[in-house]
Design a protein around this ligand. Sequence first.
Ligand code: NAP
Length: 300
Amino acid sequence: MLTGIHVAFIGGDARQLEVIKRCIQLDASVTLIGFDNLESIFTGATKRPLTCDVLRDVDALILPVVGTDDDGYVESIFCSKPLQLLEEHAASLQKHCVVYTGMAKPYLRNLLAAQQISLVELLDRDDVAIYNSIPTVEGALMMAIQHTDITIHGSQAIVLGLGRTGMSMARALHALGARVKVGARRQEHLARIFEMGLTPFHFSELKQQVSNADYIFNTVPQLVLTAEVIAQMPQTAFILDLASKPGGTDFRYAERRGIKALLAPGLPGIVAPKTAGKIMAQTLSRLIAEQTITRGSHHE
Ligand code: NAP
């Protein structure tokens, strides 16, 4: 339970609604900042403006998945007025307050570090990244189906990277009957790919591996699909780049060669905001409860 804990939310999208619901269920005291246009106000939550006073007795501050932009603006689909998190706001937080977000830009990191306020980036956590890989993969399959005229079953599919998203992607493609090759650079990843019944190859062989690819799903956040690699692909290949912006594909060259290549960021929030919200809610409520237990034991 979160009884006696003050949780404040600044902005967000549909995912945040699941987290708010969960905090109310767990009996936290909930303040909503930047939710002016939210019609069904949750009973048990109070809507307030973004002021230093409102933030003064907050124990956990929850920001959207992309915390702030480079100037401190927080996105909210529930509010038409701009929300800007400034130094004075960070300074008004109690020192034990923890700020939670999906991933933080340097602006937010620096703002909180200057006030010695802890920041938790949820998408860095293995558990959240693995749970999130489920809606990500479903979204990727949806896009692959929409943008090609062949079945995934029987296709030649390449997955780049065997991290948290890559592994789920490779497994789903295999289950759908694709012939799956996975590119990785670590020997233990190559061994795991083999163990999964898939075809491993080292990244150094990427150029030679793409010549008969129908689908290429990239999860490596580095430029790996260079012009040199794309030049070896059949023109019918479809590249879906799942890596964070700007992706790992030379999109300019792909377009020049007439190869369809798409960057697909933020799939969980697009294809399954409710599930994505539940993933956040589950982890956040556990972390906030742990945060208070730790604080309690420090005070004993
Ligand atoms: P991850 O677990 O860190 O996996 C990344 C993989 O890339 C690892 O296997 C890593 O291998 C490999 N890699 C990194 N740099 C490399 C390089 N220079 N050459 C070869 N391999 C390299 O990350 P993740 O959670 O799977 O996420 C992957 C990307 O997808 C991230 O950019 C993330 O932000 C993004 N993402 C997007 C969505 C979406 O909706 N599109 C959803 C979730 C995540 P090593 O272990 O050898 O470094």
